[in-house]
Write a protein that binds this ligand. Structure first.
Ligand code: HEC
Ligand code: HEC
Ligand code: HEC
Ligand code: HEC
Ligand code: HEC
Length: 319
């Protein structure tokens, strides 16, 4: 009797296990074969392999890359395209490999998935650098429209010697440049040595993007001041209008940047700065003598002092 029920348990276990083997792979596989497969494709360009070897040798000697060399550069070259992509805003928003490269993400084998995939160095490929603007422009039409207005775009079309989207938004993290990065990125072409005018562009661009970051900060701060002023019963309608206008201009700045008309950009930036200053003037917390927080400080310190004294006195008495 006992043996029979034991057999039953074993049998149900086997059936259940078999059931899971059938179900689980179907349930966990992503719907995109590019992602599934490339997750495990190791770095394979020659440069990536070389840098990976250097990294491994460093690790064997227990030298951390961040101490001995530029971790970022190594990281960029050794991590797989998948890994860089997986940390990007694109991954968050479900923009997968096939959105830019083409191919068929419903096919499980490499041959079928790659069937209509062009090599990245093929001028027909959607990610060949002169085709990059139109590939990105499918989802970023405003940036594309402004970029098409630029001298850069015309040079890219005519001479193939100008920056494209990926000069500034590097695959596959596709992040936005920091102001400091402009010196090297723009300086690659705009320098007396390379003889591509205007030569002051790297510094000017760095300064402008720095100003944009300051503007973002000021808009945030003013937003907080407006919130508190409203809570205290102040009428903030006018201030809110100025702040909205500044935010609107800020949001237009990023696409406008792509025209590379720095004078136009500077004018809009100035207008946004004026708006936010006006808003700030209206809601700035005024330092009235009656509501300064300073008198509170001695009160708190005094209270803390009395409590400490009482505590010491109590401890001494207890002994
Ligand atoms: C079954 C595995 C597999 C699948 C599925 C797969 N790939 Fe690949 N892919 C590879 C391997 C391995 C390489 C390395 C180069 C080679 O062996 O061709 C590669 C190379 C590439 C390259 C570089 C080609 C070059 O020579 O420049 C791109 C781009 C690419 N894959 C994109 C995709 C896209 C987009 C998809 C989905 C539509 C996809 N892959 C699906 C395995 C796969
Ligand atoms: C938003 C667009 C975009 C997405 C998404 C994207 N790529 Fe790319 N990829 C590019 C561009 C553009 C290039 C060309 C880079 C260059 O010219 O330096 C490129 C180049 C490559 C290359 C060849 C260059 C090299 O490093 O040797 C591979 C391989 C590759 N991508 C694989 C992938 C895989 C795998 C995914 C998904 C995990 C992916 N890409 C997602 C735009 C994209
Ligand atoms: C299939 C649509 C699609 C394509 C193609 C695409 N993107 Fe995006 N991209 C998005 C989405 C969605 C976001 C998320 C932000 C948003 O909603 O605008 C984004 C965000 C970005 C950001 C902002 C990242 C950040 O940190 O805030 C940059 C930069 C960017 N993309 C550059 C590119 C470049 C360069 C290409 C071409 C190589 C490209 N994108 C191609 C859909 C796309
Ligand atoms: C010369 C450098 C450069 C080039 C080329 C460039 N961008 Fe940008 N891009 C930037 C900078 C700088 C910002 C951030 C501006 C800011 O913070 O106001 C940005 C911002 C973005 C954003 C985010 C916008 C947002 O609302 O935050 C997207 C998307 C984008 N670019 C797409 C593109 C596309 C698509 C192309 C090609 C058609 C392109 N970029 C070409 C420098 C560049
Ligand atoms: C790959 C080379 C290259 C890079 C990188 C580059 N530029 Fe240019 N840029 C050019 C060329 C070529 C011209 C046209 C020069 C001429 O007309 O003689 C130009 C012209 C310009 C102009 C003048 C536009 C006009 O309408 O007269 C500005 C502004 C500019 N670039 C800004 C930038 C900024 C900002 C960066 C960096 C984010 C940058 N460039 C990076 C090649 C480049």
């Amino acid at each position: 009797m006992r043996v029979k029920s034991f057999n039953k348990i074993i049998l149900s276990f086997i059936i259940l296990a078999g059931f899971f083997f059938f179900l689980v792979p179907g349930a966990t596989a992503s719907e995109n074969s590019c992602i599934d497969c490339h997750k495990s494709v190791t770095p394979f360009t020659e440069e990536q392999k070389r840098f990976n070897q250097i990294r491994i040798e460093h690790l064997e000697r227990q030298v951390t890359c961040s101490l001995e060399c530029h971790e970022d550069r190594i990281r960029n070259l050794t991590t797989t395209n998948y890994q860089q992509w997986s940390e990007s805003v694109h991954a968050l928003k479900g923009v997968a490999c096939d959105a830019c490269h083409g191919g068929d993400p419903t096919q499980a084998t490499k041959e079928k998935a790659h069937a209509n995939l062009k090599n990245t160095t093929d001028p027909e490929s959607p990610v060949y650098y002169t085709n990059v603007p139109s590939t990105c422009g499918k989802c970023h039409p405003e940036e594309l429209a402004n970029f098409e207005n630029s001298t850069h775009y015309h040079k890219l079309e005519a001479l193939q010697l100008a920056p494209t989207c990926t000069t500034c938004h590097v695959p596959h993290t596709f992040t936005i440049l920091n102001p400091e990065d402009f010196i090297t990125t723009c300086g690659n072409c705009h320098s007396v040595y390379k003889k591509i005018a205007p030569y002051d562009i790297p510094l000017k661009a760095e300064d402008l993007l720095g100003q944009v970051n300051k503007l973002k900060f000021n808009i945030d701060m003013t937003g907080q001041d407006i919130f508190w002023a409203k809570k205290n019963g102040t009428d903030v309608t006018q201030a809110q209008q100025y702040a909205d206008s500044a935010l609107n201009r800020l949001q237009n700045l990023a696409p406008m940047w792509h025209e590379f008309n720095l004078t136009h950009f500077e004018d809009e930036l100035d207008a946004a700065n004026k708006d936010i200053r006006k808003a700030e003037m209206l809601v700035k917390p005024t330092a009235t003598p009656t509501s300064t927080p300073l008198p509170k400080m001695p009160g708190f310190i005094g209270l803390a002092g009395v409590i400490t004294l009482l505590l010491v006195w109590y401890l001494i008495r207890k002994k």
